[in-house]
Design a protein around this ligand. Structure first.
Ligand code: NAD
Ligand code: LMR
Length: 342
């Protein structure tokens, strides 16, 4: 009995130590679009993350229900779902350190991501306005497509409110890295967990540029072309397979949760955390490309260091040249729209 009491006391002390460590790192994470195809599994994965202390879920419909469901999971974080409207979103965002935005419509077969622009631009603009007012210092993680344009739209909104911090705005391109790593592991029969293929550029078709050579791979001919096409059009593969019921949701939830986890690790003091992500970047500004995804070292202030793309093969350079041309147009479209539709 005495031994059991001693064990319990020791366990209690350990629990209170780990609780105070968690409390010191208290992190509120908000998901906007939380009742959607991505939003629900993303919220679930965030509930399982011990680095998250508060999970705030918002949607134009269904967020309180998703929150009630997820809140029964026996992890410590508090979960709350908010009613649609100005008050709900304000409360949801107040105090948030990370805001993930998967709100918006997904593609159907035959559509490009740019075809979503007309609907999603105003959704992202309105949510960005609410965030600029309620949590101007939060890390903004944009998932809604077309990412190449919705990230510049978010930046323009934050600029118009005088609170833009380029170190805190991220287009989530992690799914491209996840796919590039999985697809090469299928070709080479390796463990995908050990693959980490850098993918640079943007997040649509030809703007997605996987850099296989940097991982020591050199595919040739049709094998190379098919691999690159599969990475660039992996999203279409899912859109086709779902036959009109939407686009990638589960793999995207995993990718979004991975990126949020990397940011949290960096915010909580871990060094050397690097993820490719689409950010306000100096790398190709001289060519008029003001946002670009490359390896970014994350830190407590968001972007710590933007890495250049590094050595490229001639083939990769050709892919990059095409990417830059498309990307410039996508970025300028978002910027112009946001300036004309504030
Ligand atoms: P979905 O339709 O299943 O869910 C979207 C959710 O957003 C819905 O619950 C809807 O009610 C909500 N919503 C709409 N307007 C809103 C608003 N103003 N405020 C709050 N919530 C709002 O779609 P999904 O499959 O989850 O995809 C969402 C977006 O993510 C799409 O634009 C899709 O193209 C994009 N996406 C991006 C990536 C990426 O790699 N970045 C990957 C997959 C999907
Ligand atoms: C993806 O890459 O899966 C997403 O961008 C969704 C889409 O429209 O393909």
């Amino acid at each position: 009995f005495a031994t059991r009491r001693a064990t319990q006391a020791a366990f209690g002390a350990l629990q209170s130590r780990s609780f105070s460590a968690t409390a010191a790192n208290a992190t509120k994470v908000a998901v906007l679009g939380a009742a959607g195809g991505i939003g629900q599994p993303l919220s679930l994965l965030l509930k399982l993350n011990p680095r998250v202390s508060e999970l705030a879920l918002y949607d134009i419909k269904g967020a309180p229900g998703v929150a009630a469901d997820i809140s029964h999971i026996n992890t410590k974080s508090i979960v709350k779902g908010y009613e649609p409207g100005a008050e709900g979103i304000k409360e949801c965002l107040t105090g948030a350190q990370i805001v993930l935005i998967p709100a918006g419509v997904p593609r159907k077969p035959g559509m490009t991501r740019d075809d979503l622009f007309n609907t999603n631009a105003s959704i992202v603009r309105d949510l960005a306005k609410a965030a600029a007012d309620a949590c101007p210092d939060a890390n903004m993680l944009i998932i809604s497509n077309p990412v190449n344009s919705t990230v510049p739209i978010t930046a323009e909104i934050f600029k118009s409110k005088g609170v833009y911090n380029p170190k805190r705005l991220f287009g989530v391109t992690t799914l491209d890295v996840v796919r590039a790593s999985r697809f090469i592991s299928q070709l080479k029969n390796t463990d995908p967990a050990n693959e980490n293929i850098t993918v640079v550029g943007g997040h649509s078709g030809a703007t997605i540029v996987p850099l296989l050579s940097q991982a020591g791979y050199s595919l040739e001919g049709s094998e190379r072309d098919e691999y690159v096409k599969r990475v660039q059009f992996g999203g279409d593969e899912v859109v086709q397979a779902k036959g009109g019921a939407g686009s990638a949701t589960l793999s995207m939830a995993m990718a979004g949760a991975r990126f949020a986890e990397s940011l949290l690790k960096a915010a909580q003091g871990q060094s050397g955390v690097i993820e490719p992500t689409f950010v306000d970047s100096p790398l190709y500004k001289d060519q008029g490309v003001t946002y670009f995804a490359s390896n970014v070292e994350l830190g407590p202030n968001g972007v710590e260091k933007i890495h250049p793309v590094g050595n490229l093969t001639d083939y990769e350079q050709q892919l990059l040249d095409v990417c830059l041309k498309d990307l410039k147009g996508n970025i300028e479209k978002g910027q112009k729209w946001a300036q004309e539709n504030p």
